[in-house]
Design a protein around this ligand. Structure first.
Ligand code: NAD
Ligand code: WQD
Length: 332
């Protein structure tokens, strides 16, 4: 299939582009490189023998998106978004504009060009504070604690309404849990600018001696060791989840909602210990106060994805840490 991939140079998008090429599809990347680097395209080429077609454009530019969409696609995978939770609190309008207005412009372009299969990067953040665990897709959408989270809730709603008004549309809402790790080649991964907000990139830099120590945000949660629990998922497993959704639902009218996680939670300290093991480096940490907006624990019920997509993860926490460490060590 010829697939329009917005945000295809980013962390999850680039791994999915590799999986698409490996499966014989033809991904076409749209990115404005606000949070990625052009060199990613060359690295995808090195990995797959195929440099994907690139359009440097902003998804908010409806005319540009319409011109691109009119070149003909079987489906669109929409990764492009801003995702820094703290920044979204400081700059809410930037997030609503980029993520929500951007999605609206993109969808308008797709409607004009008659591209009607859509795969969306949603997030477990839409569930808000979990009342019970694991989280399953039938649970009501919660209240976001930051503008980034609200953009995901809003975009899901926009897409459900678009599907209702255009019954031939296929919309897959993929709710990722906590994507981590890197491509095992060490050619693709996540390299946040400045101090990382997320746990694994931070731990990687402590192990590498770039940052002195990790702040563990709270050890007084009602969990076994008191630290927060999350469902970390290897980015290559996540990429494969997108291919499974495409294979199952492209051209299959309706809204299809899936959690993409492992179904297992790990605490902050478990992740730290796993990282120490694979890197043979100490990861110094101190316990500090809770981070505002954090939930104690979150993990997925993945029954829907297992049963309907025939997909499940195969990479465990050690492999996630090992591939992250391999990526961290490679000079770029
Ligand atoms: P990322 O920042 O690495 O990738 C996003 C890509 O989109 C970047 O290459 C960026 O340059 C591009 N982009 C952003 N705004 C754009 C615009 N207006 N026009 C064109 N390109 C634009 O992020 P990621 O981790 O790969 O996340 C991909 C998607 O998955 C996002 O929608 C994100 O919200 C969602 N998501 C991510 C996580 C996570 O923890 N990584 C979890 C749940 C959901
Ligand atoms: C994981 C655990 C922290 C950093 C975020 C977004 C969410 C989704 C995924 C996009 C928590 C603890 C972290 C640190 C720590 N993204 N931690 N010290 O917050 O679960 O999810 O990414 O949709 O919307 O909020 O991920 O990696 O930031 O935190 O102790 O320096 O690590 O408290 O328990 P989070 P995270």
């Amino acid at each position: 299939m010829r697939v329009l991939v917005t945000g295809g140079a980013g962390f999850v998008g680039s791994h999915t582009v590799v999986s698409l090429i490996e499966a014989g599809h033809e991904p076409v990347v749209v990115d404005n490189f606000i949070n990625s680097d052009r060199s990613v395209l060359g690295r995808i080429g090195k990995l797959t023998g195929n440099v994907p077609e690139l359009h440097e454009a902003d998804i908010r530019d409806k005319d540009a998106m319409t011109d691109i969409a009119r070149t003909g696609f079987d489906a669109c995978m929409h990764f492009a978004a801003l995702k820094a939770v703290g920044e979204s609190v400081e700059k809410p309008m930037l997030y609503y504009d980029n993520n929500v207005s951007g999605t609206i412009s993109l969808v308008e372009a797709l409607l004009e060009a008659d591209v009607n299969s859509f795969v969306f990067s949603s997030s477990c953040t839409v569930y808000g504070e979990p009342e019970t665990l694991p989280l399953d897709e039938s649970m009501p959408i919660g209240t976001a604690t930051n503008p980034y989270g609200w953009t995901k809730i809003m975009m899901e709603q926009v897409l459900r309404d678009v599907q209702l008004a255009n019954p031939d549309w296929s919309v897959s809402l993929l709710r990722y849990f906590n994507p981590v790790g890197a491509h095992p080649s060490g050619l693709l991964g996540e390299d946040p600018v400045g101090t990382p907000n997320n746990l694994m990139p931070y731990v990687a830099r402590v192990a590498a001696g770039i940052l002195p120590k990790l702040q563990v945000f709270g050890d007084d949660y009602p969990t076994a060791d008191g630290t927060g629990i999350r469902d970390y998922i290897h980015v290559v497993d996540l990429a494969e989840g997108h291919l499974a959704a495409l294979a199952r639902h492209a051209g299959d009218a309706g809204v299809h909602t899936y959690n993409l996680g492992t179904g297992q939670g790990h605490s902050v300290l478990e992740l730290v210990r796993a990282y120490e093991e694979v890197s043979s480096r100490p990861v110094a940490y101190e316990i500090t106060g809770r981070r505002p907006g954090d939930v104690a624990a979150s993990w997925a019920d993945v029954t829907m994805a297992t049963e309907h997509l025939g997909w499940m993860t195969t990479r465990d926490l050690h492999e996630m840490c090992a591939d992250s460490w391999n990526w961290q060590q490679k000079a770029r």
